[in-house]
Design a protein around this ligand. Structure first.
Ligand SMILES: Cc1cc2nc3c(=O)[nH]c(=O)nc-3n(C[C@H](O)[C@H](O)[C@H](O)COP(=O)(O)OP(=O)(O)OC[C@H]3O[C@@H](n4cnc5c(N)ncnc54)[C@H](O)[C@@H]3O)c2cc1C
Ligand code: SF4
Ligand code: SF4
Ligand code: SF4
Length: 395
């Protein structure tokens, strides 16, 4: 049976939980808030299925094949505004629904926890738009997806690369009616830190909406955290917002993300999507600060789907090598912040306010940076300055 000696060796995909014939595995939160399998040994029959479907134990070797690349921007302004980058995912999902299919993705539940769920109507797709920077709870989604597949429905399953490889291992065979879409993900943060942040910012008022990458009011290049409650609207950029600062300084990530077994260019999914902040390199017409998605297609199924949806986009075909050039998050794991252990220890013992103020004070440096970013964005040179800083850092 599965046993987690080293937490880096479990990405929390839930394949083991989903396959267990005796239902003796529960996905249980550890002290950092991440889910791991816990086994009731009294009912385990030692069938070995949980180990057989684990995507980390059964790591799929990377093999090269032909890939197609695109940069895309959805033509629908509302979809584009609500999406993280260019709205590629909604176009893919909408096509699947129009074929009578069902779409799985990460959404908020009523308490703004991030969970995997499915939708069958176009109007419901909005709940999947915008990246949620929290590890999603997979719940029963693998089993439900299998039921839909076996009943012959077209299924689109989206998620992080480890969730997609976990699903494929769980299914144990290919399905012609399955389309998988993964994001490039640098890492996923802890649900516990998200819980603390929600209570810190909302002051326990009722949360109405949350966006980790709101394009309003500054556009795609300087997207912000936006949290709306029944009493207030909060917005803050990546330099100021404590939750985004924790994520982008690699304090709050799952341990498996520091030794990610799924970072690679040639993937098991049909389609990989990620941010395009360099649209000027590919197509100046798309360089409008509204958001562009990069799409890398790994399969014939993915190609056929793209040809059915391409009219939803302004788009350009890009050589795949050029598209992935310099894309570190696709192939390299992030490194844990040296303060990570202390951060999680304090998360358990400190109240929300003191905790976030200790690690992310709104210091003079932060205030000046925020002021600069907003001024540069207002006068239209934010992107250029960001580009120069990135080039210097990458030297
Ligand atoms: C945790 C995370 C980290 C990311 N890191 C990077 C990065 O380092 N570099 C980069 O270029 N892009 C990254 N992305 C991808 C990027 O944020 C966008 O998802 C991508 O540009 C596609 O945008 P879109 O407008 O086409 O789709 P959107 O409409 O924004 O669609 C969002 C898609 O992401 C899925 N999703 C959202 N939240 C989660 C979640 N918590 N877990 C699993 N799936 C989720 C939804 O199911 C949907 O399929 C990350 C995404 C996530 C979720
Ligand atoms: S060995 Fe079989 S019965 Fe035991 S936990 Fe794993 S899948 Fe379940
Ligand atoms: S990686 Fe997935 S299958 Fe493997 S132990 Fe963790 S949750 Fe189970
Ligand atoms: S970085 Fe790797 S382990 Fe972490 S969520 Fe992404 S794919 Fe999974």
């Amino acid at each position: 049976m599965i046993s987690i000696e080293n937490k880096s060796n479990c990405c929390g995909c839930s394949a083991c939980f989903s396959v267990c014939p005796k239902n003796c595995i529960t996905m249980t939160a550890d002290e950092e808030g991440f889910l791991y399998p816990a086994i009731d040994k009294s009912i385990c029959v030692n069938c070995g299925m949980c180990e057989k479907v684990c995507p980390i134990i059964n790591k799929i070797p990377e093999k090269t094949f032909h890939q197609e690349g695109y940069v895309v921007q959805h033509k629908d302004e509302k979809i584009l505004k609500e999406s993280t980058s260019g709205g590629a995912f909604t176009a893919i999902a909408d096509y699947v629904i129009k074929q009578g299919g069902v779409v799985f993705g990460a959404a908020f539940d009523d308490n703004f926890n991030v969970v995997h769920t499915y939708v069958e109507k176009t109007e419901e797709l909005a709940k999947f738009r915008n990246s949620k920077y929290v590890q999603s709870d997979m719940g029963n989604s693998f089993r439900l997806a299998k039921d839909f597949l076996q009943s012959g429905r077209l299924v689109c399953f989206s998620g992080t690369p480890c969730q997609i490889e976990g699903l494929k291992c769980f299914l144990q065979k290919g399905y012609d009616n399955l389309i998988t879409v993964d994001v490039v993900c640098r890492a996923v943060p802890s649900p516990l830190i998200w819980e603390k942040y929600k209570s810190f910012k909302s002051k326990n008022d009722k949360i109405i909406s949350a966006e980790f990458r709101s394009k309003s009011p500054f556009g795609y290049e300087y997207s912000q955290m936006q949290l709306t409650t029944d009493k207030m609207k909060y917005r803050s950029g990546v330099e100021s917002d404590p939750y985004l600062r924790a994520f982008f300084s690699d304090l709050s990530d799952r341990p498996s993300c520091y030794e990610c077994a799924f970072k690679k260019r040639y993937r098991e999914s049909d389609i990989t999507i990620w941010d395009c902040f360099e649209s000027y390199k590919y197509d100046t017409a798309l360089n409008n600060n509204k958001g562009v998605t990069k799409i890398l297609i790994h399969s014939e199924k993915g190609n056929a789907l793209f040809h059915n949806i391409c009219n939803d986009f302004e788009y350009k075909k890009i050589d795949a090598d050029y598209l992935v050039e310099g894309m570190k998050e696709m192939i390299e794991s992030v490194k844990a912040n040296k303060k990570r252990d202390a951060f999680f220890t304090d998360a358990k013992i400190m109240n929300d306010e003191d905790f976030f103020r200790k690690y992310f004070p709104d210091s003079m440096k932060v205030k000046i940076e925020r002021w600069f970013r907003r001024i540069l964005n207002k006068i239209g040179i934010y992107r250029q300055i960001k580009r120069v800083i990135k080039a210097i850092k990458n030297r």
